[in-house]
Design a protein around this ligand. Sequence first.
Ligand SMILES: [Zn+2]
Length: 409
Amino acid sequence: MIGRILLATVCATFALAQTPAELLNQPAMRAAVDALKRNESSLLELQAKVCEIPAPPFHEDARGRELERLFMEAGLKDVRIDRAGNVLGVRPGKAARPNLVFAAHLDTVFPEGTNVKVTRDNGVMKGPGIGDDCRGLAVMLGVIRALDEGHVETPGTITFVADVGEEGLGDLRGMKQLFGETLKGQIDKFVSVDGTGLGITNTGVGSNRYRVTFKGPGGHSYGSFGMANPIQAMGRAIAKIDAFEVPSQPKTTFNVGRVGGGTSVNAIPFEAWMEVDMRSPDPGALKALDTKFHAALHDAVEEENRRWNNRGAVSVSAELVGIRPAGQTPKDTAIVQTAIAVSRALGIDEALREGSTDANVPMNLGIPAITISGGGIGAGAHSLNESFDIRESWRGTERALLLAVALAR
Ligand SMILES: [Zn+2]
């Protein structure tokens, strides 16, 4: 009995000590990589097929149901759709923990009614979302198939997730649901596959987005002259925002992106509005900027009202329309070091990046998390001309496979 325990311990230690190159040399992994190369062209077909199912923001359900079907077909266990619309499927390891979540997002930025037909021309696929993130979904499916065909056993478990709400006003709602409820306390490591190329993202740029409304009674530009003016109050606020000094390290930014309001050139407006975006990878810097922003709104309105002796006073309200938490998985953590080692073993050597992805949520919670890109060469993400050049796209699938196996232990 002691002998068996000792042997088990030795095996476990050996498993942990394995380098990516050693992992690649195991017969099961060699078979998995062979399968993956063989399957890449059918995987690209699948990438196109999935991409032709529309998945506009907040309406990912049709594409989600197809992923549910594909997860079941691939033999994943406990396939289900959670309250937010995330599709989950489990590939059990020898133990339930560590549990690696491997994710890609279902949603696109394109509204309902967009033509999502995928065309192919000389090794370049074209279609809205073909790279971001139909590529990630395809890579995830490619990894599941390769693990299966190679009969690869992992010490830990991998939970595959096709998630909702990554883009724009989706506000990472899929991840918030996954980490806050669906798998709360059950996720040890997180990798999302997002977009194209071979990058590794370990810094999650957070953002706060507001829609700000200035209101007053409004009146005739001549007859009511002397009344406080919501647009002019907003002008004061914008001037204050424009003067903010922000750190360049960590890169912290602000932008007044849209403005509107007023009724006529000869009317004192009763309303003005603006949309403001603030970003930083550092939660503290973002919070400090947010505080300054609210003070600027308050001061601008006070100045405007004082200027006109409080005649027809202006008020302001700021509605938070988007919040993406910030965070970072430091370079010296095991997950980042493993991703670098895995990439190098496959001849991929890229600098670590910043981004705003699903991994922001676990990064903010202090759970080891990164985002990798899914291979191939992409262009025009978030545009109707989005394209995906399939050259050596299998390298993205291979890197994702090796990383999944290296982390599921
Ligand atoms: Zn994306």
